[in-house]
Design a protein around this ligand. Structure first.
Ligand code: NAD
Length: 498
């Protein structure tokens, strides 16, 4: 009997009837390890009703108590991070050290919102008119929802629910159906930290659950992270139903290397950022734009490093890169090697021949590297989301910038150079949301905010940081007179400041 992964509603595991299930695999062995029942609209309605009821009291819970619960949650995660990382590795495939990195970046968001009382402070102006004061407050929206991707099953939800909950909202999470267990583990830790029932809920599922979330009249806001076509639809449908929506999409992150860069540093950074988590990161580098002589300097250095990479099951400490999420995804990624060859790109490393002893059924694909990739090739145009890395050669910095300008994605970008003036010019003119200078994966700290430009983000606000606090609250401005001994009776004129 396969384990059935349930929902989490009203502070407990909840199994509900369904006719539709998804399979969860261990990507390193190819084994089916669990089934997840997909929520019907009725289950989504139940979770939203529970969250709506919980909101009536949670919104009035003092800031001090909310902070303490989040701090206790932080302590729970810190204590049990190894267990959480192991769940991530078993369902996603990423290596344990990478899974621990994911947990620690999620933890930073929880730590940030432990200071929510400071972040939720309004402004006060005394005597805006004689004996009249004006002040602003930020209030929670109500029930809000998060829909998250497979590649960071713990961290991406943590970009959302700790912030929303700290602001006084209640939350319904629809995690990826491919690796749903880590969210349940976190739900249990939230309960152990003292979060009241119904404040955080999980509905497992697919499009049916998402469609109901998007149209549900009691859901005030939706945060989405996933691929660009789905992000666009979520944004359009959610806003058409009157919701506040932030929808983060896909990426094709470029790393530009100028000829004066430190080539050893650039090669280390490129290999780490291209093949870490088997390329299944929205901030992975998938294109290296080599300016002038940088290409010839980098190719042998990249090859040397790639050949030393140890690919294997994520649970083994020696593995640096694990398998891909599913067999279908592995095969789709591998098909880009064929398309690159038929389009005339030069294959430098072919990961299709990789053999991981004892793991013949795992979803492994070794690191692949192409040189002489051109912008019209599918290798360059598509988000591959796997360990297939492309080098595009250009003659000059303006040519590199033109590539970036034409690219529809604009999540992250990196420039490698030793020229401070060039770096300064780049950070000023590049049209990308997150920029690294000699840093390959510039994921902003929890006290900044995360989000791309162009088709990597639909909506106005980034996730977490003060933008997250703003997204999950709305402003109210109050003008008050206490008392008014000099009131002048009825006055139908428009109120003027005196
Ligand atoms: P996905 O778009 O397939 O799925 C994301 C979520 O949407 C999942 O919960 C899924 O169940 C749901 N979903 C899928 N198809 C749907 C449909 N037709 N209608 C409604 N909901 C649907 O993405 P994924 O494969 O899970 O994750 C990888 C993608 O996420 C990549 O494109 C990656 O770049 C992107 N991503 C972006 C960021 C970012 O911050 N911009 C971060 C992580 C991942």
């Amino acid at each position: 009997m396969l384990n059935l992964i349930p929902h989490w509603i009203g502070g407990q595991r909840a199994e509900r009837h369904t006719d539709r299930y998804g399979d969860v695999f261990n990507p390193a062995t190819g084994e089916r390890t669990a089934r997840v029942g997909f929520a019907t609209s009725t289950v989504v309605d139940e979770a939203v009703a529970v969250a709506q009821k919980a909101f009536q009291s949670w919104r009035s819970v003092s800031l001090a108590r909310r902070s303490r619960i989040l701090f206790a949650f932080r302590e729970q995660i810190e204590r049990r991070k190894e267990e959480l990382a192991r769940i991530l590795t078993l369902e996603h495939g990423k290596v344990l050290s990478d899974a621990l990195g994911e947990v620690s970046r999620g933890l930073e968001v929880i730590e940030f919102v432990c200071g929510a009382p400071q972040l939720l402070k309004g402004a006060f102006s005394e005597n805006v008119s004689t004996d009249v004061d004006s002040y602003s407050i930020r209030q929670p929206l109500g029930v809000v929802a998060g829909i998250t991707p497979f590649n960071f099953p713990a961290m991406v939800p943590m970009w959302m629910y700790p912030v929303a909950i700290a602001c006084g909202n209640t939350f319904v999470l629809k995690p990826s159906e491919r690796d749903p267990s880590s969210s349940l583990f976190c739900a249990e830790l939230l309960a152990a930290a003292g979060l009241p029932e119904g404040v955080f809920n999980i509905v497992q599922g697919d499009k049916e659950a998402v469609d109901r979330i998007l149209e549900h009249p009691d859901i005030r806001a939706v945060s989405f992270v996933g691929s660009t076509p789905i992000a666009r639809t979520i944004y359009q449908t959610g806003t058409a139903h009157g919701k506040r929506v932030q929808a983060l999409g896909g990426a094709k992150n470029h790393m530009i290397v100028l000829p004066d860069a430190d080539m050893e540093l650039a090669a280390d950074a490129a290999v780490s950022a291209a093949y870490g988590s088997a390329g299944e990161r929205c901030m992975a580098i998938s294109v290296l734009v080599a300016v002038g002589s940088a290409g010839d300097a980098l190719v042998p250095r990249l090859r040397e490093r790639i050949r030393k990479l140890r690919v294997g099951p994520g649970t083994e400490a020696s593995s640096e890169m694990g398998p891909l999420i599913t067999r279908a995804h592995r095969d789709r990624v591998a098909s880009y090697v064929d398309s690159g060859l038929s389009d005339g790109a030069r294959l430098i490393e072919d990961g299709r021949t990789l053999n991981v002893p004892g793991h013949g059924n795992g979803f492994f694909l070794g690191p692949c590297l192409f040189d002489q990739v051109r912008p019209e090739m599918a290798l360059y145009r598509d988000e591959i989301f796997g360990p297939v890395f492309s080098i595009v050669r250009v003659a000059s910095y303006p040519e590199a910038m033109e590539l970036l300008r034409k690219n529809p994605y604009a999540n992250g970008v990196a420039l490698f150079t030793n020229d401070g003036g060039a770096a300064r010019r780049f950070q000023n003119e590049v049209e990308v949301g997150m920029v690294g200078i000699n840093v390959p994966i510039p994921v902003p700290m929890a006290y900044y905010s995360f989000g791309g430009w162009k088709q990597s983000l639909f909506g106005d606000s980034h996730v977490y940081g003060t933008e997250g606090i703003h997204f999950y609250t709305r402003g109210k401005v109050i003008t008050s007179r206490w008392p008014d001994p000099q009131h002048r009776g009825v006055d139908l004129g428009f109120p003027q400041n005196r």
